[in-house]
Design a protein. Structure first.
Length: 290
C-alpha cells in the first residue's frame, strides 16, 4: 500500500497546476518543492502572456498561485527530492532521510541550467553526492567538500561536519557565509573531479584539494541523475502526449520536458500530467493492467 497516490516534485507553474488538478480529483498528494515556489516566477518582471492576468509581475503571479493553493488546502513541503526508485509496482521517492512510497510521480523540476563539472557524472555514487543529509553518515573520519549554489545549503554543510573529520565549503553565490567554525570556507572555482575508481581530489582554479567526498548542492538535479533508466531527449525528459515517460507511473511536465520555456506551457502540461496520473491510478485500483 503506497503512502501517496501522487508525489509531485517541484513547485513552479507545472507542479502547482498538477497539484491543483490532482487535488480537485481527490487524490492523496505530496508536493516536494520550496517555500518561495519558483525563483523563475518570483524574479520575473512583467508577464504579458498569462491568460486572464495581463501585466502581472512575478511576485503577483506567485501570490495568485499561493491564494489558489491555500484555497484548496494544498501544502508545499519544503524539501528536495534526492532520488526516485522504480520498484516495479510502485515508485519510491527519497527526500533527505525520508522515503515515500507512491503509485505515481510527477516530475516538474524545471530545466537544469548549471553545467556539470568535469568528472562529476563518472563519479556519481563513487564519492559524488547531491544530498548531505542522505550521505553524511558515510563520512566519519573522512574529508569532504561541499559545493553550494544557495545559502540554504549552509545547514547541510553544518550537518556533514557532525560526521566528517574535515569539511571544506565552496560557495557558488555572492554574500556572507555562515557555517560552523570548524568548516573551512574556500572562495574558489571548482574545475575537475579526479580519481580512479572513486573520488580522490577536487581540482580548483587555486589548486588541488584531496577529498573523499564531493557534495554538489544545486537547486535542480538532471532527471537522469534522479531516476535510473529514464529516457532523455538531449537534456530533456522524453514524454508522450499524456506526459508519460518510459517509466511506469512516472510523468513529467514543464521546462523539464523541453522548449518553449513558458509559464502557460508548463501549467498546461501540469494539468495533463495530473489527469494522466489519475487515469493510471484509477486503472491500477480496478486491478487492470497499467
Ligand atoms: C527572468 C525570467 C522571466 C521569464 N518570463 C517569462 C514570461 O514572461 N512568460 C513566460 O511564459 N515564461 C517566462 N519565463 C519562463 C518561465 O519562468 C518557465 O518556463 C517556468 O517557470 C517553467 O515552470 P516549471 O514549473 O516547469 O519550472 P520552474 O518554474 O523552474 O520550477 C521548478 C521548481 O522545482 C524545484 N525543484 C527542482 N528540483 C527539485 C527537487 N529535486 N526537489 C524538489 N524541488 C525541486 C525548483 O526549486 C523550482 O522551484 C521566464 C523565466 C525567467 C528566468
Amino acid at each position: 500500500m503506497s503512502d501517496y497516490d501522487i508525489v509531485i516534485i517541484g513547485s513552479g507553474p507545472a507542479a502547482i497546476s498538477a497539484a491543483i488538478t490532482a487535488k480537485i480529483r481527490k487524490k492523496n498528494i505530496l508536493v516536494l518543492g520550496q517555500k518561495d515556489l519558483s525563483p523563475k516566477v518570483a524574479k520575473s518582471h512583467t508577464i504579458h502572456n498569462y491568460p486572464g492576468l495581463p501585466e502581472i509581475d512575478g511576485p503577483g503571479l506567485a501570490k495568485a498561485f499561493w491564494d489558489h493553493l491555500d484555497n484548496l488546502g494544498i501544502e508545499i513541503t519544503d524539501a528536495h527530492a534526492n532520488m526516485i526508485y522504480d520498484m516495479g509496482d510502485f515508485l519510491a521517492v527519497q527526500s533527505g532521510q525520508n522515503m515515500y512510497q507512491t503509485d505515481t510521480v510527477i516530475l516538474a523540476t524545471g530545466v537544469v541550467s548549471e553545467k556539470h563539472f568535469k568528472g562529476e557524472d563518472e563519479h556519481l555514487g563513487k564519492g559524488v553526492s547531491y544530498c548531505a543529509t542522505c550521505d553524511a553518515a558515510l563520512y566519519p573520519g573522512k574529508t569532504a567538500v561541499v559545493i553550494a549554489h544557495d545559502p540554504k545549503e549552509e545547514a547541510e554543510a553544518d550537518f556533514l561536519a557532525e560526521y566528517a573529520k574535515k569539511v571544506y565549503y565552496i560557495p557558488m553565490y555572492e554574500g556572507e557565509v555562515h557555517v560552523k567554525d570548524s568548516i573551512e570556507v574556500l572562495h574558489t572555482t571548482p574545475l575537475d573531479i579526479v580519481g580512479e575508481d572513486k573520488v580522490e581530489a577536487l581540482e580548483t582554479e587555486d589548486g588541488h584539494l584531496e577529498v573523499d567526498g564531493i557534495f554538489i548542492l544545486r537547486e535542480s538535479v538532471a532527471p537522469d541523475h534522479l531516476i535510473k533508466g529514464i529516457e532523455m531527449d538531449n537534456n530533456h525528459v522524453k514524454v508522450d502526449r499524456n506526459m508519460a515517460t518510459n517509466i511506469k507511473g512516472l510523468f513529467a511536465c514543464g521546462d523539464v520536458t523541453g522548449t518553449p520555456y513558458q509559464y502557460v506551457k508548463a501549467a498546461g502540461e501540469g494539468n495533463v500530467a495530473a489527469l494522466s496520473a489519475v487515469t493510471y491510478i484509477d486503472t491500477k485500483k480496478r486491478g487492470e493492467t497499467v
